[in-house]
Design a binder for this molecule. Structure first.
Ligand SMILES: NC(=O)c1ccc[n+]([C@@H]2O[C@H](COP(=O)([O-])OP(=O)(O)OC[C@H]3O[C@@H](n4cnc5c(N)ncnc54)[C@H](OP(=O)(O)O)[C@@H]3O)[C@@H](O)[C@H]2O)c1
Length: 318
């Protein structure tokens, strides 16, 4: 399925099989920073446009509005693939975390439940990012990812999550998790786009049967990937939108891709999967080697060398 250097699957593939046997549509709708008053409509538009995969999270504070969009669509539950995530302050109470999300979304189960951050945060009331007195994030150092994973595994047996996975997990963290996991994670959701292709991590995950999912596939907020000359050139040659090029590149790498939009015409055009030639794939694979084109857009900057307990660096705000 993969070439030696870069991940690649058959062009035109629009769904993948998880290691549970479940089918997941490659393209999903992201919902981070989608305000309540817009996300219900965005979900309705996406579902009408044929998207059947939604990426949600407790931490996005909009699951009730997402749930409304699902309900308004009248699409049978078994035709949808819904992902949500357990927030850092819930690592010691994973079941409570999923119960809140299920209630907010108006669902009995999710298709995929991820651990949002691979580190636990100490619970302090309802604070989302509890801080220590020195302004750094208040890590729950005694809680390991492996322990939290064990609680995730129990939720599969209870039927609350059909599949479980992780997010923001680098290769060393994954290797450590696999030493004790009874259930191999179905997916690892990571920041990935042409400016941060994560080729090695993607190949590693695929070799373990873990489906990679790309978040911030357009480069997040200002969508900087869409202004890149190579992406623009390929889009122009194909008569496609730049976002369609960035999305198709992920799909043809065998990577789930969850662009966020609350803009009707963008949601509709993002939903149309185009095909790229091998040469176009290759150009995008190599694009990040250009000067100034290797960029991580989401914070904290998860990666092999990242030390969460020193974040943010002294003198910087979270
Ligand atoms: N697991 C994690 O830690 C994590 C972290 C970050 C993100 N995520 C997930 O991944 C999803 C996607 O990532 P993201 O929200 O960071 O960023 P993204 O999808 O890379 O980019 C979103 C931005 O691109 C714009 N956009 C969307 N389609 C466009 C198009 N066709 N043309 C031009 N602009 C377009 C959106 O604007 P409008 O909305 O105004 O149209 C928005 O400003 C999130 O929503 C979330 O579900 C997960």
């Amino acid at each position: 399925m993969t070439s030696a250097k870069y991940p690649s699957i058959k062009a035109g593939t629009d769904s993948l099989k998880l290691n549970t046997g479940a089918t997941v549509p490659i393209l999903g709708l992201g919902t981070w920073r989608s305000p309540d008053e817009q996300v219900t409509k965005a979900v309705e538009v996406a579902l009408k446009a044929g998207i059947r995969h939604l990426d949600c999270a407790f931490a996005y504070d909009n699951e009730v509005a997402v749930g409304k969009g699902i309900k308004n669509s009248n699409i049978p539950r078994d035709q949808l693939f819904v992902t949500t995530k357990i927030w850092g302050t819930f690592h010691r109470r994973v079941e409570e975390g999923i119960d809140i999300s299920l209630q907010r979304l108006g669902l009995d189960y999710v298709d995929l439940l991820l651990i949002h951050w691979p580190v636990a945060l100490r619970q302090k009331g309802d604070e989302k990012i509890p801080l220590r007195e020195d302004g750094s994030r208040d890590l729950d150092d005694e809680r390991t990812l492996n322990e939290t994973w064990k609680e995730m595994e129990a939720l599969v047996a209870k039927g609350k999550a059909r599949a479980i996975g992780v997010s923001n997990v680098s290769k060393p963290f994954m290797e450590d998790l696999l030493k004790t996991a009874k259930i191999v994670p179905a997916s690892n959701q990571i920041e990935a786009h042409p400016f941060l292709p994560e080729h090695d991590l993607v190949l590693y995950l695929q070799s373990k049967g873990i489906t990679p999912a790309a978040y911030s596939p357009l480069g997040s907020g200002a969508a900087p990937v869409l202004e890149d000359e190579t992406i623009l050139k390929i889009a122009k040659a194909k008569g496609a939108e730049p976002a369609q090029v960035a999305i198709a590149w992920q799909a043809q790498r065998g990577v789930l891709v969850i662009p966020k939009s609350v803009t009707e015409h963008r949601i509709i055009s993002n939903a149309k999967l185009i095909s790229l030639t091998d040469q176009e794939m290759q150009e995008i694979n190599e694009l990040h080697k250009q000067p100034g084109k290797h960029i991580r857009t989401c914070m904290p900057p998860w990666g092999v060398d990242f030390k969460f307990d020193n974040y943010p660096p002294p003198g910087q705000k979270v």
